[in-house]
Design a protein around this ligand. Structure first.
Ligand SMILES: [Zn+2]
Length: 468
């Protein structure tokens, strides 16, 4: 049966009706005693094997004339001369099996579509006709080196079909049948799944996140969610942990890309912080408080700070732990320094102790100070936004090594920026609150459930999320 099917594929393109007829005839042959089937063969065995060896599974081939029964439809029957030609066409296929098989043509640098088509052996008329199609105009004229265009020809070496992968979701397909062109975009089905990941921190947050299978982009996103709550540069400790649920997009079952983080939990020195994504794209704590607060915890990006854990901060000058008005961040010279809150620059200057320094007044209560900068990027009187770069880390003033000295002042008194009580952030709008809490409860329950599963089978670091 399989053999008959394969043989069916040998011959040149014929009208569909003929194909259908021939298929049914083939079936009859199968049902007849095998002697008759053998007798109907006209092709030498050796030629058959050559032909079969180049056939590919799952490909539609035409019925070989040699295997037709004596009653093909008159109109479509070919003269014996034509038959010879067809049989001969089979031979070169053994060396270059591109007939009826798609052949990939790679776009070379400096290639134009016309040049690539020419290389593929299309006639200038075919090139012209294809480039007149609107989807071809829109997509094929923008081909880039390294991309592939797959071209299928019929056994007469005429253009039959073209496939061009525009992006992981869309494929352009142009086909020609009976001298008529059709064009379409094949769209893959996008499916969103959720995935759970968790990890406990042993050396630093980044490594733990990598262990949990997160990408650099996801690590930054996760840290970004808690940037108002956690100082990722200085306050991460061994035993801190995090867990999150995020989206993954699949195109026809193949992984495409990671999507949004839907829910996350971060436990930092015993304090638990949560973030839940709402349909407006904003994140709120599980109880519906905005993640955004008046101050971010760290003026320096955690990826730039050299030490993993720094529980005993040595003064950069004396080398001793001593009472200290601020927090020191040791990072490479030139590291960008961010304003931790919005406000107004009340000083941007230089003296021999502070080096280059910037002071920002946020309101009547809060002021922040940034010392020893290499460069200042703001001037006195300037209004600045939260997170705006105000300068770069340096070693100006009375220091021995490059670091940022950061002070957080509340009503004129120096406070520890990590432990200081700050005003509560805004709540989600009360009209959305009930709906948000519903979403939040489901996601946080899912997170908790997956954490329990994770603890139960400790070795695996992440898994598909299980729904409760
Ligand atoms: Zn200091």
């Amino acid at each position: 049966m399989l053999r008959i099917f394969k043989l069916v594929n040998l011959l040149p393109t014929i009208h569909k009706i003929v194909l259908a007829l021939l298929l049914s005839i083939s079936l009859i042959i199968i049902l007849l005693p095998s002697e008759e089937a053998q007798a109907s063969r006209q092709t030498p065995e050796s030629q058959l094997q050559t032909a079969e060896s180049q056939l590919q599974p799952n490909t539609l081939y035409s019925v070989p004339l040699a295997f037709r029964t004596p009653e093909p439809p008159q109109k479509e029957s070919l003269s014996s001369k034509e038959v010879d030609q067809k049989v001969q066409l089979v031979e070169p296929e053994a060396k270059t099996p591109q007939l009826q098989q798609g052949e990939l043509f790679k776009v070379r640098s400096g290639d134009t579509l016309a040049r690539l088509f020419k290389r593929s052996g299309l006639t200038s008329r075919e090139v012209y006709e294809i480039t007149q199609l609107s989807l071809a105009k829109k997509n094929l004229l923008k081909i880039l080196p390294g991309e592939d265009i797959e071209i299928f020809k019929d056994l007469d070496n005429r253009f039959a079909k073209l496939r061009y992968i525009i992006d992981p979701i869309n494929t352009l397909v142009i086909s020609k049948e009976d001298d008529k062109y059709t064009q379409k975009l094949d769209k893959k089905q996008i499916e969103t799944r959720t995935k759970f990941a968790t990890s406990e921190i042993k050396t630093n947050f980044w490594n733990a996140a990598v262990d949990a299978g997160l990408t650099p982009n996801q690590i930054m996103q996760l840290a970004g969610l808690f940037t108002w709550d956690v100082d990722f540069a200085l306050d991460i400790r061994e035993g801190d942990s995090f867990a999150l649920i995020f989206e993954q997009k699949y195109a026809d079952g193949d992984f495409l890309e990671n999507g949004n983080i839907l829910a996350a939990e971060f436990i930092n020195q015993g304090d638990r912080y949560t973030a839940v994504r709402y349909s407006n794209g904003q994140y709120y704590s599980e109880t519906g408080r905005s993640m955004k607060k008046a101050f971010i915890r760290s003026p320096v990006d955690f990826t730039r700070v050299s030490s993993n854990f720094n529980p005993r901060r040595l003064h950069p000058v004396t080398g001793r732990v001593r009472p200290h008005n601020g927090v020191d961040y040791v990072a490479p010279v030139g590291t960008p320094i961010k304003a931790t809150g919005r406000g107004k620059v009340i000083a941007s200057s230089y003296n021999k102790y502070n080096g280059n320094y910037v002071f920002i007044k946020h309101n009547d209560t809060y002021t922040t100070k940034y010392l020893h900068l290499k460069r200042r990027k703001v001037r006195k009187g300037q209004s600045i936004k939260q997170g705006q770069i105000i300068g770069t880390l340096g070693s100006t003033g009375r220091v021995t090594g490059a670091h940022l000295h950061y002070e957080f002042i509340v009503n004129g008194v120096h406070r520890n920026p990590r432990t200081v009580k700050l005003p509560k952030s805004d709540s989600i709008h009360r009209k959305q609150k009930a709906d948000f809490l519903k979403v939040s409860r489901v996601l946080m329950a899912q997170l908790e459930h997956n954490k329990q599963l994770h603890i139960a089978r400790a070795p695996s670091l992440s898994s598909e999320t299980a729904n409760n």
